[in-house]
Design a protein around this ligand. Structure first.
Ligand code: AMP
Ligand code: MG
Length: 344
């Protein structure tokens, strides 16, 4: 089948996309976080196609996307007051809430869990498509399973051309990393994945928030985790990725003394000159971590090429959106890191 890319403002795109969704087909949709691979979240046969196209493990549940916060009452129960407060503060936006699922949500979408993850994306065309389809759209990131996520229509085409009929092109995703996931079925609520809505923003509304250990450490394949997606190798280029922490100077001296032809350095724009002899690629500015989150996956995709033998990566420190960048980069590296300050 031909996969067509249609611009978000092309005439008729909302109805065309909505019709495919209603028919049980897949459509790639833009969002402010990353591009999603969407299907009718209430139709288990449609949802099965997402798993097939991505090569996604069956135990990794999907996020149900809604056009309006009020819709979550159709899919969730025992909704705490905090969910409505968070929705008012951060929806539409890059926050996913885990809540008890009603039976209407098929096991294919929740991967058999008693809970479902729900989100209202901050992307007008995608909310219009969901509304026109009249069903919630289940969508994980539109990358092939294990590969860096998709932040442009071209990324999606690269991974999936020929598998489904339509990619809606809304330009580059503004946030660039997947949504923050907060589990509201526990008290205190638990942060399962950091993203564009920061831990600090959540704490300002919820008070205490537990940070799940899978956010900052690797998880064994047989371990039971709250967000099943956390245990899989993720976001990774083909070659070894090593995070080099420490000061700008210490890291540069560590990397430059070991660098060999065929290797690459993933760094901050401010550091490009330091690595002039080491084939550097900047993914954003250290002074503006939002640019790092927006640029990370495109950079990881550029480094996912045969012939690149190793990537030395620089990672921002601190909280806020930098926490989401740390989480994705450490996962891409399989949590392999070295502190240049201790290695001189
Ligand atoms: P993706 O959009 O590709 O990042 O995949 C959705 C993410 O949401 C995965 O990491 C899932 O593990 C997580 N997720 C979806 N539903 C649930 C749920 N009911 N409980 C915990 N995590 C969930
Ligand atoms: Mg994903």
């Amino acid at each position: 089948m031909d996969t067509v890319i249609m611009k978000a403002d092309a005439p008729g795109v909302v109805q065309i996309a909505a019709n495919y969704i209603k028919e049980g087909q897949l459509v790639a949709i833009p969002t402010e976080t990353v591009y999603g691979l969407g299907a009718n979240g209430l139709d288990e046969n449609a949802v099965a196609k997402i798993f097939e196209a991505k090569g996604r493990p069956q135990d990794n549940p999907l996020i149900l996307h809604v056009a309006d916060a009020a819709d979550i009452e159709r899919f969730c129960h025992q909704i705490p007051q905090s969910a409505w407060v968070l929705a008012k503060a951060f929806w539409p936006g890059p926050l996913t809430m885990v809540l008890p699922a009603l039976d209407i949500v098929p096991k294919a979408t929740t991967a058999g869990l008693p809970t479902v993850a729900v989100r209202c994306p901050d992307c007008q065309v995608t909310r219009d498509i969901i509304r026109a389809a009249g069903v919630p759209v289940a969508a994980p990131s539109a990358n092939l399973s294990g590969k860096p996520s998709t932040t442009t229509a071209e990324h999606v085409y690269h991974d999936h051309a020929g598998k489904f009929p339509l990619i809606v092109d809304g330009g580059s995703s503004r946030v660039g990393v997947e949504s923050t996931i907060i589990d509201l079925t526990e008290q205190p609520p638990r942060l399962l994945r950091p993203g564009g809505i920061t831990l600090e923003q959540l704490e300002s509304i919820l008070g205490e928030v537990t940070v799940d250990k899978a956010v900052t450490a690797s998880v064994a394949n047989d371990e039971v985790v709250k967000a099943p997606g956390m245990k899989y190798r993720h976001y990774a280029p083909q070659c070894e990725v090593i995070i080099v922490s420490g000061s700008t100077e210490a890291a540069a001296s560590f990397i430059r003394s070991r660098y060999q032809a065929g290797e690459r350095v993933l760094c901050f724009a401010e550091e490009l000159e330091l690595y002039a002899q080491c084939d550097p690629l900047a993914y954003g500015s250290e002074a503006d971590p939002q640019t790092l989150s927006a640029g990370l996956f495109d950079a990881l995709r550029q480094l996912d090429k045969p012939g690149i033998t190793k990537v030395y990566a620089r990672c921002p420190v601190g909280g806020g959106i930098a926490r989401a960048v740390q989480n994705r980069l450490y996962k891409a590296a399989g949590f392999k890191s070295v502190n240049a300050e201790e290695e001189v």
